[in-house]
Ligand binder design. Structure first.
Ligand code: PKZ
Ligand code: NDP
Length: 515
């Protein structure tokens, strides 16, 4: 019997960010392992013309929830979508909903955040700091609350090389930052942002660090824990391998590479690619929720959910495996043949961006224009290169995260819980995981059918022939230009042409003789 599953069996759980990548997997696992749980409250906002109920319907009817429907047929009755907007200072929760949340909630999983690297500081502070503070304030008024689990990121202190499971203070207090956002105008905020974020690469990592400080300062008598995952990737095992539903982290780059848009990136092959499967993060999160509520540690614990220190994989190995999978299962309608060159050199990066990325995009747009269509490739390429440049910080460094608390927790679990809520990444086979990841991207993100693989392979062969033809034409043009200027080149050219001519004449003569 799983103690963790049993624990959640009778609880009312509040999840923020339930419509996000991690939130969906968290809900799925909760329902699958504890189908008797009382209720899951999810804080949702309407989005893209969809109401709360439509969004919920879409999630529950997705492939991810297929197994849940078997073990918990009345799952829709156990989810309560509550209107909330974390962009608003009071979270915009109605009075009635607030009363229900305050009186019933047993556990909170706070996953909502803006994960955009370049969000304006004001917005990132609102989502990742102020909303967290507001939620903590709500938590202090919940008489039945047993644990508050805050999802942060392993990169909140990416300005350090060695990171322990402790909160590192930022130079300016979160309270001061929150207050200043109220009276500073956008232009001034933009101006001071680089000074505030200091040696962190973006507003995301900075505001997640501020969020951790808020959690520490506002915890009062709450039972709180913080989880810091590294780069969250597709599912490893549960509910099935390779599930992914957004372009963040490596997923977008896998598409860009597989479709042949991106052929070279600035990355250090030997740097650790600290990926962690989303189901591993979810298993740790649920185990932490149980441990925090039942064992009530004296101080707030931080748990690192990383892979690099115990089962490292580097970008080089990852790139090779991604490419090997493209050979077996290519993506459909690729723009160019996939290629993944990793370079650390700035000059080489600029060179490849010009030759391998921008030039083909310009040529393709020229072709689109000639055929009366709207050019779009240059714009897409600019966006892609911007995204890649933002990820460069993470593909050219390695970090050391200690995982004492995570290991301690593993030793506290029963063998059954270690199996059902497995977060031991030592068992992860990277080659298998990456292959499933690429397959998952193809199936669940690109919605491509496996039956289209022969056609995709044929398309790649055609692209290879076009590539050869293009290179030959380019060589001949260059050569023609050269012989116009150099006597030696001209002599060599005439020698080759006369040689070919003689060879062809001999061939023709000998075949006439045979007849
Ligand atoms: C061989 C291969 C090696 C693989 C090698 C992998 C290295 C991978 C390192 C990861 C390292 C993370 C380490 C931190 C881990 C955390 O803790 S953070 C959580 C993860 N967060 C992220 O990854 C967020 C990154 N993304 C962003 O911040 C924003 O999307 C960007 C990059 C600033 C782009 O902003 P934008 O130009 O306004 O674009 P946005 O509106 O978001 O989207 C525009 C278009 O680009 C597309 N797009 C968005 N993001 C992406 C993307 N990542 N890729 C492609 N297209 C994208 C959108 O679908 C959209 O397309 P359309 O709908 O217009 O057709
Ligand atoms: N993905 C990763 O690589 C990593 C993620 N993390 C952390 O994990 C957590 C979850 O990330 P992930 O699932 O990947 O992120 P997603 O971007 O997929 O999900 C973010 C969630 O937050 C919600 N949200 C954002 N703004 C608001 C708002 N104004 N009001 C209400 N809800 C809002 C989103 O709702 P909506 O659907 O309406 O937009 C969505 O449900 C975050 O805290 C992140 O910092 C940590 C390390 C790595």
């Amino acid at each position: 019997m799983s103690m963790i599953a049993d624990f959640y069996g009778s609880k009312s759980i509040l999840i923020t960010g339930a419509t996000g990548f991690m939130g969906k997997v968290l809900m799925e696992k909760l329902f699958r392992t504890s189908p008797d749980l009382k209720v899951i409250y999810i804080l949702v906002r309407p989005k893209a013309g969809q109401t709360l109920q439509q969004r919920l319907f879409q999630i529950l009817n997705s492939k991810l929830f297929e197994k849940v429907k078997e073990v918990c047929p009345n799952v829709h009755e156990k989810i309560r979508a509550i209107y909330a907007d974390l962009n608003q200072s009071d979270l915009a929760i109605s009075k009635e909903d607030m009363e229900e949340l305050l009186s019933c909630t047993n556990i909170i999983f706070h996953c909502a955040a803006t994960v955009r690297f370049d969000d304006p500081l004001r917005h990132a502070v609102q989502l990742n700091v102020t909303a967290t503070k507001q939620l903590l304030f709500m938590a202090t008024q919940m008489p039945k609350l047993e644990a508050f689990i805050h999802i942060s990121t392993a990169f909140s202190n990416c300005n350090l090389k060695h990171i322990d499971e402790v909160i590192y203070p930022c130079t300016v207090e979160p309270k001061k930052i929150i207050d200043s956002m109220e009276w500073l105008d956008d232009a001034i905020i933009d101006e001071i942002t680089p000074k505030l974020i200091g040696d962190r690469p973006n507003t995301y990592t900075y505001t997640k660090a501020l969020g951790e400080m808020v959690v520490q300062q506002e915890s009062e008598n709450l039972n709180i824990a913080i989880i810091r995952p590294s780069i969250v990737g597709a599912t490893w095992q549960e509910p099935f391998p390779g599930w992914v539903d957004n372009l963040n982290g490596p997923s977008g780059l896998i598409i860009a590479t597989g479709k042949g848009f991106l052929r070279s990136i600035k990355a250090t092959s030997v740097a650790v690619a600290d990926l962690i499967p989303v189901d591993t993060v979810v298993n740790l999160t649920l185990a932490v929720g149980w441990y925090t509520a039942v064992h009530r540690p004296k101080s707030m614990l931080v748990y690192h959910c990383t892979s690099g220190n115990i089962n490292p994989c580097n970008w080089g190995k990852m790139g090779l495996q991604i490419m090997a999978t493209f050979e077996k299962v290519p993506f459909e309608r690729a723009f160019r043949r996939p290629n993944a060159d990793f370079t650390t050199n700035n000059f080489a990066t600029h060179y490849w961006n010009a030759v391998s990325h921008r030039a083909p995009a310009i040529i393709y747009d020229f072709y689109l224009r000639l055929t009366g269509r709207k050019p779009r490739m240059t714009k897409l390429m600019d966006r892609l290169l911007r995204t890649v440049s933002m990820l460069e910080y993470f593909t050219n460094r390695s970090w050391e995260w200690t995982t004492y608390n995570t290991e301690m927790l593993m030793s506290e679990l029963s063998p059954e819980d270690q199996r059902v809520f497995n977060f031991d990444v030592r068992q992860l086979n990277w080659l298998e995981y990456i292959e499933n990841y690429v397959l998952g991207v193809k199936k669940y993100l690109l919605k491509e059918d496996m039956a289209g693989i022969p056609k995709a392979k044929q398309h790649l062969k055609r692209l290879r022939n076009i590539h050869y033809l293009f290179n030959t034409a380019l060589f001949l043009i260059a050569w023609r230009l050269l012989i116009a200027r150099s006597q030696t080149a001209r002599n060599v050219w005439f020698f080759i042409v006369s040689f070919c001519y003689k060879f062809l004449s001999y061939f023709r003569a000998s075949s006439t003789l045979k007849v």
